[in-house]
Design a protein around this ligand. Structure first.
Ligand SMILES: Cc1ncc(COP(=O)(O)O)c(C=O)c1O
Length: 398
């Protein structure tokens, strides 16, 4: 079937975070919200159908992921990434963020350190600090409009772990974000291998957040961290979910793939009794999405790619002081606003009060995000165009 993603749907009065909570999040009501990471597109028909069928069976008691659901995850990893996983490696959680908290608690003790690569998805910060750990930042470098891993800095940060430093073995894990939110990099095999070897050689288990793994532009290919080698597989926790790919964030479902038995058992023991499994509708949607969602996904990616081209053209032609950091993946686009000459508070105020658009402030992703903002382009193009016009007009009034 052909989907019409141009259609503007009213999401108001559905208790949705993106549109209904504008006032409490931004302190303004009449703004265009292009912030939190969900799409303003209805889901695939096959997902709706599966949910309707499940609702028709009016028993919503305790539910556990059955063989069919686990098999859908196993098959997805094989089909999309040529990754052979065993069914028992899959652990379900009601989201990737809860999984990150569990993973860190299961791998660390209070006082340990966790390495992040800023600017980065800001819920990583409390996942570290609420576990009593400290953040070590291996900041990304922006080189000629493209973000790169600073391997020299990484090596230096890991030096104490090598036994040579004064404070050995304090960094226990890294949250690796691939594809990276917000800078849009899809890390390639060589980069992943280099980072993974450094991490594993220094005793780290890598938590790889791969939630954006199926939102890829052009011929970029996603490489799951664990597919590099058996050693990588045995030293990693891979966080997968259909929620970004198929727009299911409200259904709270993700599959965490942990090949190493001991690491998996620690994760499950840490989760047990505190964080439940996903709810039955999330599981139903996951299976339908993974088995039948590809036609929708292909079309939505085509549409988002057009939106990206539109954003690039519009900013180049009409708002040239705002530079798009061209992403390889994710529908969250990182905009370099430094040429506007505004400090972070002025930029925030300008976008909200003058332009009336709700974006994510760059500085919340870490100090490297100062002067940047993140825009979500998974919306009908008319909405994106209106938001960009508002920014252009407000700039002309500045
Ligand atoms: C990198 C990354 N991880 C995790 C999440 C959220 O995961 P969940 O809603 O499954 O907790 C997001 C949402 O934007 C994200 O970008």
């Amino acid at each position: 079937m052909k989907y019409d993603f141009d259609q503007v749907c009213n999401r108001k009065d559905t208790d949705c975070l993106k549109w209904d909570l504008i006032g409490s999040v931004f302190g303004e009501d009449d703004i265009i919200p292009l912030w939190v990471a969900d799409m303003d597109f209805p889901v695939a028909e096959e997902i709706k159908k599966a949910l309707k069928e499940r609702i028709e069976h009016p028993f919503y008691g305790y539910t556990r992921p059955g063989v069919g659901i686990v098999d859908a995850v196993v098959k997805r990893m094989k089909d999309k990434f040529d990754w052979d996983i065993e069914p028992e490696w899959v652990v379900f959680t009601p989201g990737v963020v809860p999984a990150l908290h569990i993973a860190i608690r299961s791998l660390t003790h209070p006082g340990d350190e966790v390495l992040l690569q800023q600017p980065v998805y800001y819920p990583f910060f409390p996942a570290v600090t609420s576990s009593g750990c400290q953040i070590v930042n291996n900041g990304l470098e922006l080189i000629d409009g493209k973000y790169e891993i600073d391997f020299e800095d990484l090596e230096a940060k890991l030096l104490p772990n090598s036994g040579l430093g004064s404070n050995p073995n304090r960094i226990k894990t890294i949250i690796f974000c691939n594809p990276h939110n917000p800078v849009g990099r899809v890390w390639n095999r060589e980069e992943i291998t280099k980072l993974g070897k450094m991490a594993i050689d220094n005793g780290l288990v890598v938590i790889s957040d791969e939630i954006h793994c199926e939102i890829l532009f052009e011929d970029n290919k996603h490489t799951p961290f664990a597919t590099i080698s058996k050693e990588f597989e045995q030293n990693s926790i891979i966080c997968m979910s259909p929620s970004k790919t198929f727009n299911l964030a409200g259904l709270d479902v993700s599959s965490i793939i942990i090949p190493n038995k001991e690491i998996r058992e620690n994760f499950i023991n840490t989760q047990s009794g505190i964080v439940p499994g996903p709810n039955l509708f999330g599981l139903t949607a996951l299976e339908a999405a993974y088995r039948h969602g590809d036609e929708w996904l292909e079309q939505v990616m085509e549409y988002i790619t057009k939106n990206l081209d539109f954003l690039v053209q519009y900013t180049e032609n009409k708002i040239p002081k705002i530079k798009v950091i061209k992403p390889q993946g994710t529908y969250l686009i990182w905009l370099d606003c430094r040429e506007l000459g505004l400090n972070d508070n002025e930029l925030k105020k300008f976008l909200l009060k003058d332009a009336k658009v709700g974006l994510n402030d760059g500085f919340i992703f870490g100090e490297e995000g100062s002067g940047f903002v993140r825009i979500n382009i998974a919306c009908p193009q008319a909405i994106l165009e209106e938001a960009l016009k508002r920014i252009e007009n407000a700039l002309n009034r500045l």
